[in-house]
Write a protein that binds this ligand. Structure first.
Ligand code: S3P
Length: 454
């Protein structure tokens, strides 16, 4: 049988994974026009979770129809929650209340999603029934000890595979007790896991963060009428309340917008308007860092939608220079570093990142994966335990390994705007976890990208 070489990406995504998708990129070009990138992944996960546990019907608009958020949606359907959609980003969740979930018949498969697994772990620890949580090969390699530890202190019974890895078996019917937990690392997933378990706990649950992290869980709980106190770095709630259904408008994901913020910043002639992007202060590290590097980024039409700040972002080409990335920006830009490394590669001078060891336990070891790809393109870099040093310069072409990490794939796709040769980015199927339609949108805005089956 002759395999078609060039397929539209949607067809490839629907091909039951028989073929692997790669991106082929011709060098050069500029990004121009207007676009709204898909909905925020973190907020989409939480909208399904809290909508399912609320009393009443929650309507969600702008929901991310990516594999990660769809895995969370499927998990709640498997626990007896009626969910309509998604249709063009609209989802209707018929909440069953905090104690209305039913035991799933099989293991809940969270796919590639660390957020899905870690937040669900907190919720499942408080249920009357047993659950098993599993995921794909990448997720099953990621550390869950960071959530098992505080949940065990709260009285949960959780078994894992070796080294605290998934699959996880959570034994239901435990009465959890509220605790205070000093987070050992800046992690919104661990914070959220503790707070969600706190909904099912006797007494008060509080956490202290070593540095601010995304606060979507706190904001959304309040939106559902559940009191959450924030006092400096401490966040707390009282168990035993209830959630009231509400409507949720999911902003466009700043983490997905990042590829175009960087792409337009590095490609001469670029001028882009990205609409309706979430600019929650706990997520805008990428804007702060790119501006420190000299990027021309302005926020327009700032407004608040459903408890989350939103803006249209204009970005135009500007020559960038290397910087020492301020450590306090690291948790605020944690998912954006692969793309920021491309900006650093195109900047004049040296960029230094420290305090980012968390990058090593994302969907891939993002420091190692980016360093390897940058070296392939001829960009000199030095790997550090907790970061990287990148010397800006000329980018060549080459074949890039993504380690099945969506953000590594999209970052090297954008690099083609400044490369001198063709770039092939291998194994790009996982782009669909967070940014379905990335290649089609990027092509419309000016990236010379083709999805290739092989
Ligand atoms: C997320 C928190 C972050 C981030 C992830 C989404 C969330 O993870 O990297 O993509 O939705 O809470 P950590 O909490 O592990 O830093």
């Amino acid at each position: 049988m002759n395999l078609p070489l060039f397929w539209p990406s949607a067809a490839i995504q629907n091909a039951h994974k028989v073929y692997v998708m790669h991106f082929k990129l011709q060098p050069g070009g500029a990004l121009t026009g207007e676009a709204r990138v898909p909905g925020d992944k973190s907020i989409s996960h939480r909208a399904i979770m809290l909508g399912a546990l609320a009393e009443g019907t929650t309507r969600v608009n702008g929901f991310l129809e990516g594999e990660d958020a769809l895995a969370t949606l499927a998990a709640f359907r498997a626990m007896g929650v009626t969910i309509e959609g998604p249709v063009n980003g609209s989802v209707t969740v018929h909440g069953v209340g905090l104690h209305g979930l039913k035991a799933p018949v099989t293991a809940l498969d969270l796919g590639n999603a660390g957020t899905g697994m870690r937040l669900l772990c907190g919720l499942m620890a408080g249920q009357a029934f047993d659950t098993e949580l599993t995921g794909d090969a990448s997720l099953c390699g990621r550390p869950m000890g960071r959530v098992i530890e505080p949940l065990t202190r709260m009285g949960a019974k959780i078994q894992s595979a070796e080294g605290g890895r998934p699959p996880l078996s959570i034994c239901g019917g435990q009465q959890l007790q509220g605790i205070h937990y000093d987070l050992p690392m800046a992690s919104a997933q661990v914070k959220s896991c503790c707070l969600l378990a706190g909904l099912y706990s006797e007494g008060r649950t509080s956490v202290t963060e070593p540095a601010p992290t995304r606060d979507h869980t706190e904001r959304m709980l309040r939106g559902f009428g559940y009191p959450v106190e924030s006092n400096g770095s401490e966040i707390s709630l009282q168990g035993g309340g209830s959630l009231r259904a509400c409507d949720i408008e999911v902003p466009a994901d700043i983490s997905s917008a990042t590829f175009f913020l960087v792409g337009a910043s590095i490609a001469p002639g670029s001028d882009l308007l990205l609409q309706h992007v979430g600019i929650n202060p706990t997520r805008i590290g990428v804007i702060n860092i790119l501006q420190l590097m000299g990027a021309d980024i302005t926020l327009q039409n700032e407004r608040e939608v459903g408890g989350e700040p939103v803006a249209d972002i204009r970005v135009r080409y500007a020559p960038l220079h290397g910087i020492e990335i301020p450590v306090d920006q690291v948790p605020l830009a944690i998912d954006e570093f692969p793309a920021i490394f491309i900006a650093a590669a195109c900047a004049q001078g040296r960029t230094v990142l420290h305090g980012a060891e968390e990058l090593r336990v994302k969907e891939s070891d993002r420091i190692a994966a980016m360093a390897e790809g940058l070296s392939t393109l001829g960009v000199s870099n030095e790997v550090l335990d907790d970061g990287i040093v990148i010397e800006g310069g000329d980018l060549g072409g080459g074949v890039i390994a993504t380690y099945n990490d969506h953000r590594i794939a999209m970052s090297f796709a954008i690099a083609a705007l400044r490369a001198s040769g063709e770039i092939t980015v291998r194994d790009c199927d996982h782009v669909a976890t967070s940014f379905p339609g990335f290649d089609d949108l990027a092509r419309r805005l000016g990236l010379q990208i083709t999805a290739v089956a092989g």
